[in-house]
Design a protein around this ligand. Structure first.
Ligand SMILES: [Zn+2]
Length: 407
C-alpha cells in the first residue's frame, strides 16, 4: 500500500467530535482500523464485518462472496475500534444500545469509495458491518448493453426526443442503473446539466451532479425530487419511485421540456404502468408524460471457451411456448481454466421495450388489463423479455435454464 489513505468524514460535525474524543483515538487503534479497511479496498472486498465475541472482535472481510478472517481485536481495544469506525461514519459514540447507520468516503490510491456503516447491539457488544461501494466512472454505452438492434434503435430514437418520462424497470439486481447511466451518457451534451438523486450513487458522470437521501434527512424523497426538478436540469435521474408522492413529483417534472429517467421495481414493462396507476396516478397523466419503458433482467454469461451445445427438442419447445428454428441448439455451462471452473464469465442483460403510441395510450386510459395492453404492444414480433432471453440462449450467451428462471 504505497498510496496514502485519506478519510473524508460524511458530516462536518464529525471532525469536532473526533477532536473532542482524541484520547479515545489511540494511535494503534486508528492504524489497525485503517489497515483493515485499506486492505479490504485493495482486495476489492464488498464488506468488512466486526463480529463481537466474548474476548474482543473477530474481523472478517467478504471478497468474491466469501468471508475471510483478517484480524482479532483484543477485548481492551474493542470499544476504541468500534468508536473509530462510528466516528468516521458520523454515528453517535455515546449510544451503543441502538442500531445506527451512517457513511464515510475514502480515497485510496486511484480508488474512490463510499463506505456505509451499520451498527447494532448484540450479546458481546456492537456488531458493525462496513459495506464498501466503489465509485466508478460510468463508461458502459447503450450499444454495449446487448440490446437487439431493433430495440436499441427504437430506444435511441425515443431518447433523442429529449423530454418526457423514461422508466427503467425490473427486479432488484437486474442492472437498471447501468442502463440509466448509459442513457445519460448517450444524451447529455456538454452544454447541459444532469442531476441525479439515488440512495446509492454507483457511478460518476462528468457534468452530472448527484445526491442521496440520508438517514437524518429532514425531507422526504418526494420533496427531494421536487427540489431537484426546480433546479432546472436538462436530464433528471430519480432512483427510485416507490410510492404515490415520488411518482407524482417525478411525473410533474417530466412535463417541462426535460428528460426524466426513473428507476422502478416491476415485473414487466406494462406492469410498470399498472404500478403507477395502483399508486394513485391518473392514467392520463402517465400517458401524457411517458416516453418509453424498459424492463430488464440480468443473467450469467456462459463462458464461450467451454459452453456445451445440445439440440433443442419438442419438450423444450412446449415448455418455452415458442416455435424454435429447425436445428436449434442451446448451451450448458461446463467449466475450464478461463472461467475458474465455473462455466460462466460475467453477466448479460435481457430487455423489453414498451414504446407508447396513441392506440396503447387509449387502452391505458381505459384501464384495460395489463395482458391486453401487452398483447397489443408486442404483437408485431417486438422483443419481449422472453423472446430476447430465448434469442440470447440460442446464441449461446446464456443457458436456457437461467433465462427461464429469471422471467
Ligand atoms: Zn470456461
Amino acid at each position: 500500500m504505497a498510496e496514502k489513505v485519506v478519510f473524508e468524514s460524511a458530516r462536518k460535525a464529525d471532525a469536532d467530535m473526533r477532536q473532542a474524543r482524541n484520547p479515545v483515538e489511540d494511535k494503534n487503534v486508528i492504524e489497525e482500523v485503517d489497515k483493515v479497511i485499506s486492505a479490504a479496498a485493495d482486495a476489492g472486498a464488498s464488506e468488512v464485518h466486526l463480529e463481537p465475541v466474548q474476548d474482543g472482535y473477530v474481523i472478517r472481510v467478504r471478497e468474491a462472496g466469501t468471508l475471510r478472517k483478517v484480524s482479532d481485536i483484543p477485548e481492551r481495544l474493542k470499544l476504541n475500534v468500534a468508536n473509530r469506525i462510528k466516528v468516521l461514519a458520523g454515528l453517535d459514540i455515546t449510544k451503543s444500545r441502538i442500531p445506527q447507520s451512517g457513511y464515510f468516503k475514502l480515497v485510496h490510491g486511484d480508488k474512490k469509495l463510499e463506505l456505509n456503516v451499520y451498527s447494532m447491539p448484540m450479546l458481546y457488544g456492537e456488531s458493525i458491518v462496513i459495506k464498501l461501494s466503489y465509485k466508478v466512472s460510468a463508461t458502459m454505452r447503450l450499444h454495449q448493453l446487448g440490446m437487439q438492434p431493433a430495440v436499441l434503435a427504437t430506444y435511441q430514437k425515443a431518447l433523442a426526443r429529449g423530454s418526457g418520462l423514461y422508466l427503467i424497470t425490473g427486479p432488484p439486481g437486474s442492472g437498471k442503473r447501468t442502463t440509466i447511466y448509459a442513457s445519460i451518457l448517450e444524451e447529455l451534451k456538454p452544454d447541459q446539466l444532469a442531476l441525479g438523486f439515488d440512495p446509492v450513487v454507483k457511478y460518476e458522470v462528468p457534468g452530472m451532479v448527484q445526491g442521496k437521501p440520508e438517514e437524518k434527512s429532514e425531507y422526504t424523497f418526494a420533496e427531494a425530487i421536487t427540489a431537484l426538478i426546480r433546479q432546472e436540469p436538462d436530464i433528471a435521474y430519480i432512483g427510485e419511485i416507490s410510492g404515490e408522492a415520488d411518482a407524482r413529483a417525478t411525473i410533474q417534472g417530466a412535463f417541462a421540456k426535460r428528460l426524466v429517467l426513473a428507476r422502478m421495481t416491476a415485473n414487466d414493462s406494462v406492469s410498470a404502468i399498472q404500478n403507477l396507476i395502483d399508486m394513485g396516478i391518473q392514467p392520463f397523466l402517465i400517458v401524457a408524460s411517458l416516453a418509453a419503458v424498459i424492463n430488464q433482467r440480468m443473467v450469467r454469461r456462459l463462458c464461450p471457451s467451454c459452453r456445451q451445445p445440445y439440440s433443442a427438442d419438442a419438450t423444450m419447445e412446449r415448455e418455452i411456448g415458442l416455435k424454435l428454428p429447425d436445428g436449434a441448439q442451446f448451451y450448458k455451462p461446463k467449466g475450464c481454466p478461463a472461467c475458474q471452473g465455473t462455466g460462466y464469465r460475467g453477466f448479460l442483460a435481457i430487455f423489453e421495450l414498451y414504446k407508447p403510441n396513441e392506440e396503447l395510450g387509449k387502452m391505458v386510459i381505459a384501464k384495460e388489463p395489463v395482458q391486453n395492453i401487452r398483447s397489443k404492444a408486442f404483437k408485431d414480433a417486438t422483443y419481449t423479455l422472453k423472446v430476447d432471453g430465448i434469442m440470447k440462449a440460442l446464441g449461446g450467451y446464456a443457458s436456457l435454464e437461467d433465462v427461464l428462471n429469471c422471467l
